[in-house]
Every structure is written in C-alpha cells, then in structure tokens.
Write a protein of this length. Structure first.
Length: 287
C-alpha cells in the first residue's frame, strides 16, 4: 500500500535521491516490477550518446542558425532551400548514428515485459533510433526525419533516400561560414502523386504547429494511465511534451527522471537518476 507523502516532504525526499544511493535503484526496480502500465518519455538527451546533437547546448546550432529558428513553418516558407539543407544534414547524421545502450535497454525491457505490462515509449525525437533499437509500441510525438509530407495534397510517405533529391547532394555541411546553397524551389523534393507535384516538407512538427491529434491522444493516454513514468534526456522546456511528466506526478504516478542535470521539472518527480542515460537506464531496466 503506497503511503501518500505530502508534497513538501516529497520535495525534500526527492533531493535526497540520486543514482549514487543504491537504495533508490532497488526501490525503483520494485516500483517497476509492481507496475501494470509503464510510460517512457524521451528527448534529445537519449540520442546524444549516439552522436546526435541535442537542441540546447553547443549542438543546438547548424551553420549560423539555432536549430529552433529553422524548425518553424515561417523559416520553411521564407527559405525552403535552407530548411531542406538543415534537414538533409540531420537525416545524414541520424542515418549514420546507431541506437545506444539507453535505446536498447528500453527496447529489451519492452520485449521482456510487454506481454504482462502495458508499455508505451513516447519520444520527442525525430531520429528513428528507438524504432531501430526494436521498440514496438512507439509514439513519435514530433514526426520523423525519414518521413515527408506534401504541402499540397498532405500525402505522408516514408523516405530514406540519401540525398532525398539530386540538388541536395553534398549540400549539408554544418560549418558556420558555409555559404547557403539557395537551391531553386523546382529542384527541391516534390510530390510524385499524379497531377500533384506539390513541394515536399519534412513530416515534422515545427514550433508553432499543433501535434497531430491521434498522435497527441496516444501519448496523452499513455501518460495519463501509467503507474510509473520515466522522463529521459529532456530539458522539459517544450510543450505539450514537457507537461506530461509533471501531470503524471500530480495524479500520483511514480515519475523517475534520467538526466545529466536537474531540470525545471525535477522537483515534481519521485526519483532523479543523474548521469548519462546510456549508463543509468540499463542499471534500472536490466533485471
Ligand atoms: C504547440 C521537432 C499548439 C523539430 C520539436 C508561440 C507560438 C506557438 C507556440 C508556442 C509559442 N510559444 C510557446 C509555444 C509552445 C511551443 C513551446 O513549447 N515552445 C517552447 C520553446 C517554450 N510548443 C510548440 O510550438 C508545440 N506546438 O504548442 O501547438 C499551438 C499551435 C499554434 C499556436 C499556439 C499553440 C510544438 C513543439 C514541437 C517543436 N518541435 N522537434 C525538429 O526536431 O527539427 S521540439 C524539440 O525541442 C524536440 O523535439 C523537443 O521536443 C524539444 C526540447 O528538446 P529536448 O528533447 O528536451 O532536448 P534539449 O536539447 O532541450 O535537452 C536535452 C536534455 O538532455 C537536456 O536536459 C540535457 O541535460 C539532457 N542530456 C544531454 N545528454 C544526456 C542527457 N540526459 C541523459 N543522458 C545524456 N547523455
Ligand atoms: Zn502531393
């Protein structure tokens, strides 16, 4: 029977918890064992050990631009060539990257316990590394680098062509003094559906865009029904994803954060496991 701890006492106890307290690992493993419904929410931090730069920190820049300034519909409207060069670069980096021990620990945990428990992996990442690690019940909140959407007929297709079109061949160098290619729109990727030929865009949710309703609803269902929730490698700054963990904690779910540093959400969580998640996740998931 779980004793409800008043918030303030829980805050004090949360700070006392850390990976170095092996009691926590044992306790959290017990919580996982007893859980019927487990949700994972990952951010860019889980892929950083696969060599994919995170949004914030040093990696958040490409050429002279911050990643977030290019991940907007306005940037695409204004300069589709530049935005396609940016996403071509990210497709190249993600295609060359391998899932790391963090992705694999989650996929193996699902494979082992997915029959007896409901296990959902919700990711903010667009790099496809969870899928490539073998995760099955996956919700890609913000879409995928390897899907395109037609700006005219809305057709969504998986596309792993590298380069995605001739004009983008070798046009992705990230250096800050690289001259942008200024590719004419007609040479950018276009829809191959009959009588369409609309300009393609990455099937990715940009800042200022709404998440696809069915995708959001699947994530919301998982995060509002789970007994235990693991929040992994995210700065918990971008909504609506950032709201899921604190909402789960507020309704009494056990929430464990895996990050190399504390975040604005840490204090509302039950556990904080500090350190690279390719180390901390296998420690708690591999039984
Ligand atoms: C929305 C895809 C409704 C793109 C992403 C003005 C107008 C419109 C909306 C807004 C507005 N102002 C605010 C908003 C809402 C906005 C938002 O929240 N903005 C923030 C900046 C305040 N949200 C939206 O726009 C969302 N849509 O609200 O729709 C709406 C619609 C219209 C009008 C009004 C409302 C859509 C957001 C989705 C944007 N797309 N990604 C692409 O990838 O190209 S977001 C992108 O950044 C990521 O996907 C992720 O979601 C987000 C945060 O990144 P993180 O994953 O957390 O990565 P980050 O680098 O920040 O942190 C890494 C963490 O890992 C760090 O904590 C680090 O310590 C840790 N770490 C590093 N290494 C490790 C590690 N941890 C463990 N181990 C390690 N080894
Ligand atoms: Zn089309």
């Amino acid at each position: 029977m779980r004793v409800h701890i008043p918030k303030n006492k829980r805050v004090v106890q949360t700070y006392a918890k850390s990976l170095h307290n092996s009691v926590d690992i044992a306790k959290f493993k017990e919580d996982l064992k007893a859980a019927k419904n487990i949700a994972f929410l990952s951010g860019a931090g889980i892929s950083s050990e696969s060599g994919i730069p995170t949004f914030r920190g040093r990696g958040g820049y490409w050429r002279r631009y911050s990643a977030a300034s290019l991940a907007t519909p306005e940037a695409f409207k204004e300069n589709p060539s530049l935005v396609w060069e940016f996403y071509h670069h990210r497709r190249e980096v993600a295609a060359k990257a391998q899932p790391n021990k963090g992705h694999i620990a989650i996929a193996q945990y699902e494979a082992k316990h997915g029959k007896a428990k409901i296990i959902t992996v919700v990711t903010q990442n667009v790099d496809s590394l969870h899928a490539r690690a073998g995760t099955k019940n996956l919700v890609e909140l913000h879409g995928s680098l390897f899907k395109t959407r037609c700006t005219k007929c809305n057709d969504v297709l998986v596309n792993t062509d590298n380069p995605i079109c001739e004009a983008l061949a070798n046009k992705w160098a990230p250096g800050k003094d690289v001259v942008d290619s200024d590719i004419p729109v007609k040479s950018l990727p276009h829809c191959k559906k009959a009588n369409c030929n609309g300009l393609l865009r990455p099937h990715i949710v940009w800042f200022g865009e709404s998440l696809e309703t069915p995708v959001f609803e699947r994530a919301d269902e998982a995060m509002s029904k789970c007994d235990v929730c693991l929040i992994i490698g995210t700065s918990s700054l971008v909504y609506p994803a950032a709201g899921f963990g604190p909402l789960a904690a507020a309704r009494g779910a056990i929430v464990a954060e895996f990050n190399i540093e504390k975040t604005p959400a840490t204090r509302s969580f039950t556990y904080y496991f500090g350190g690279p998640c390719a180390v901390t996740l296998p420690r708690v998931l591999n039984d």
